[in-house]
Write a protein of this length. Structure first.
Lengths: 241, 517
């Protein structure tokens, strides 16, 4: 494995050894310390987009996302306390309030990372008013569908399409509440010429936003455990060339 | 002084409704109307959704019979896929439907209706519920709970959960049936059949106490709509849609589900969210028809199972030479259908085809339009979808069993209100009026208008009879709530200008009457 200087930091009071190019999330996981995540996916580049993995670092003025923060010698990290839990819950509530998440009839009901996270963080109701946006379903692709009502803009689809499949069909258009995932130049997915129909985006999507057509409520189970292997094989091949 | 009496909310039904009774200057019933006071909006908010979601979306219409909505919806989606579903899937869906029939009928008869039937229409309101029944007739309450549990458990065993299961999908069902599960269901059947049979006998015993109710509870000629099986046998899942008239003559027999609207039209009402379908060629006045257990048994030549056929023969004797017209006998029909459902479950589980592991056909959106029709416990249920080229829903029409009965319910309420408030025998035949039944009815045999006008009191037992008419139909108004027994009831007496002159309230502890003006 790659070199890099070995440093020591404290996570939740435990001394941990780390290489400086690692992230706090990686180090925590190596040491069996759990930090909740949503946009992060092993095998894809981290983007720090969802902020669910916020941790406190002694001396830092604000919490920082563990998935894109690198360790420094002597750093003291706190991964769990009531304030962090409150912040994570609020972030998740804002995500839920921004879309239309109706778990009971969703294709991934029972297999959804967003739902799982809500259960874990204790989000059983919203304290912020839901926006109930009007968003259209794109069912123009022959095999897959995109329901933007369920999209939390984690950009896993954008990253897997660009980084692993190499097609870069997906991207994000607009800002703030208007931000949305688009295929090619905001065409219907079925007309996007760059799409190879590989379905990796569907498998990495943490919610039911991307789904296989014909699946009924609760029938869609996402499979993405093979992603880190794909990335590793790609790297090996590139190194061998 | 013209007056309006409102029964609001109506109790021991599924959903929320209000009944208003308008009295004329002489204090006689002028009109009686049912208002369904909630809007659900499924036909609007399903638009834009991928069609494969429709079974689980529309199942949420109802917590009592989600299975019926699942089946009608999945059948409509089968049409959109343009496939014929595997034989095992068809049998499994039928099996699930019979489980649903047994549990829903048990709920209606034992939990909602039997307190009136076995404790009496005039029993104290605080006793007239399932708990009062359990205290007075524990054996009946136990049978009711056991039958409902059996039906619900069958649904859970097949489909994974009791309420809103996801097992029925476009193209079939999602998992096959194991022999072990079937054996567990079969083991319970004999005891359930005995329970159902015993309760039919109990109902037959008390029928003589209800001659007035039988005569006045929506007792009028009408058409009867139901799916038709082979050789006129009872059918709940498939087959042509058939309407017979009061003489049992066939008005239409439509094998193509998509063409239902050639025969049936719907009108909306100014004072209710419930749509009123009618037989198109005859218009809303003459085209009134009923659906549900009474209609199915009236329309069917036979049940096709021995015990139910024996019971059906007894049922047909209630009205020799013609259909049974009193909606009071919905209860009777319901008990026969429980027996029939149990016998059918036995037959289906004895068929090896049902254990075939191939239970799902897959396809894309291959047809622009699909209609699914099945018999829900309360009657014929129609789901009609149109989709765009991407398979997204562009139009939805749902005709719910209680909707079909809407016009008949209105007419039945008017008849009962006239009979029990005016003491008016009405235009039906064979009635002897409420006073002549020998039942305890207070001083005057029926609350007279004078009674109401003078002291502002409305006798509770009278209003219970009006509500009980509605309960005969076992209406699923919201198709979603599960309240039973002790919902608070408020009756208000108002002058035409809206001024409150008296009110009667019923809550969990007491009945309170007060005179405001």
């Amino acid at each position: 494995m790659s070199g890099g200087r070995v440093i020591t930091l404290q996570i939740d009071g435990r001394d941990c050894g780390a290489r400086e190019e690692q992230t706090i999330l990686e180090v925590a996981r190596e040491n069996g310390i759990y930090i909740p995540t949503l946009c992060h996916l092993n095998g894809l580049h981290p983007v720090g987009g969802c902020r669910i993995c916020l941790v406190e670092i002694a001396g830092a003025p604000r919490p920082l996302p563990a998935c894109v923060t690198h360790p420094v010698e002597g750093m003291q990290v706190t991964t769990d306390n009531p304030e962090l839990r409150r912040q994570r819950r609020l972030i998740l509530e804002l995500m839920l309030a921004e879309g239309n998440h109706i778990c009971a009839v969703c294709v991934v009901n029972g297999h959804c990372e967003l739902q799982e996270l809500a259960l874990q963080l204790g989000v059983d109701h919203l304290e912020v008013p839901a926006l109930y946006p009007s968003r259209e379903v794109d069912a123009s692709h022959p095999r897959f569908g995109l329901d933007r009502n369920r999209c939390v803009l984690c950009t896993r689809c954008v990253r897997v399409c660009g980084e692993i499949e190499g097609a870069h069909t997906w991207d994000v258009m607009g800002r703030g509440l208007q931000a949305m995932v688009i295929s090619d130049l905001n065409q219907p997915w079925g007309e996007a010429e760059s799409c190879t129909g590989c379905g990796k985006c569907v498998q990495v999507c943490p919610t039911g936003a991307l789904f296989e057509k014909g699946k009924s409520a609760g029938e869609m189970v996402k499979r993405h455990l093979h992603l880190p292997l794909l990335t590793a094989m790609r790297r090996e091949e590139e190194a061998g060339e | 002084m013209p007056t309006t009496i409102a029964i609001d909310p109506v109790t021991r039904i599924e959903g929320h409704a209000r009944i208003t009774i308008t009295l004329d200057d002489q204090g006689r019933v002028e009109d009686c109307r049912l208002h369904v006071t909630q809007l659900r909006g499924f036909e609007a908010f399903c638009v834009g959704r991928p069609f494969a979601e429709m079974p689980s979306l529309t199942a949420r219409t109802c917590g009592i019979c989600p299975v019926s909505h699942l089946l009608a919806s999945a059948k409509a989606c089968d049409e959109l896929l343009a496939v014929r579903i595997p034989p095992a899937a068809r049998l499994l869906r039928q099996l699930l439907n019979y489980g649903q029939l047994v549990q829903s009928h048990a709920l209606s008869f034992f939990h909602l209706a039997s307190p009136d039937l076995l404790l009496g229409m005039d029993a104290a309101p605080e006793q007239r519920n399932l708990f009062g029944l359990a205290a007075a007739r524990p054996e009946v309450a136990k049978d009711g709970i056991a039958l409902r549990r059996f039906g619900q458990q069958l649904i859970e065993r097949l489909a994974g959960k009791r309420i809103h299961p996801d097992w029925v999908v476009p193209g079939g069902v999602s998992r096959p049936l194991s022999r072990e599960t079937a054996a567990a269901i079969r083991a319970e059947l004999p005891a359930m059949l005995t329970a159902a049979q015993n309760n039919l006998e109990r109902l037959q015993e008390v029928l003589p106490n209800f001659t007035a109710e039988i005569a006045h509870f929506a007792n009028f000629p009408s058409g009867y709509l139901a799916l038709a099986g082979e050789a006129g046998r009872l059918e709940y899942y498939d087959g042509p849609l058939r309407l017979v008239d009061q003489q049992g003559r066939e008005l239409f027999n439509e094998p193509e589900a998509l063409h239902y609207h050639r025969h049936l039209a719907e009108q909306s009402e100014p004072d209710s969210y419930l749509k009123s379908p009618y037989y198109r060629p005859l218009g809303p006045d003459d085209g009134l028809y009923r659906v549900g257990p009474l209609a199915r048994l009236n329309a069917a030549a036979s049940c096709g199972t021995p015990r139910a056929d024996q019971a059906l023969a007894g049922f047909k004797e209630l009205a020799p030479g013609g259909p049974v017209t009193s909606s009071f006998h919905y209860h009777y029909a319901r008990l026969i259908e429980i027996i029939h459902g149990l016998e059918k479950i036995e037959l289906l589980l004895a068929d090896d085809t049902i254990y075939d592991p191939r239970v799902r056909a897959t396809a894309g959106a291959n047809a622009p339009e699909g209609v699914g029709i099945c018999e829900a416990p309360r009657g014929t249920l129609i789901h009609h979808y149109q989709i765009d080229e991407q398979g997204r829903i562009s139009a939805v029409n749902m005709v719910i069993a209680t909707g079909h009965n809407s016009l008949a319910i209105q007419q039945g309420l008017q008849q009962a209100a006239r009979a029990f408030i005016n003491g008016d025998p009405g235009d039906n035949t064979g009635s002897e009026g409420p006073a002549g039944t020998g039942e305890k009815r207070g001083q005057s045999g029926g609350a007279t208008v004078g009674e109401i006008g003078e002291n502002g009191n409305i006798r509770e037992g009278l209003l219970n009879r009006i509500e009980a008419v509605l309960r005969c139909y076992d209406p699923c108004l919201s198709c979603s709530t599960h309240a039973l027994g002790q919902m608070p009831l408020a009756v208000e007496l108002r002058r035409p200008g809206g001024e409150l002159i008296g009110q009667l309230t019923r809550d969990n502890d007491k009945v309170e009457s007060k005179l405001t003006a």
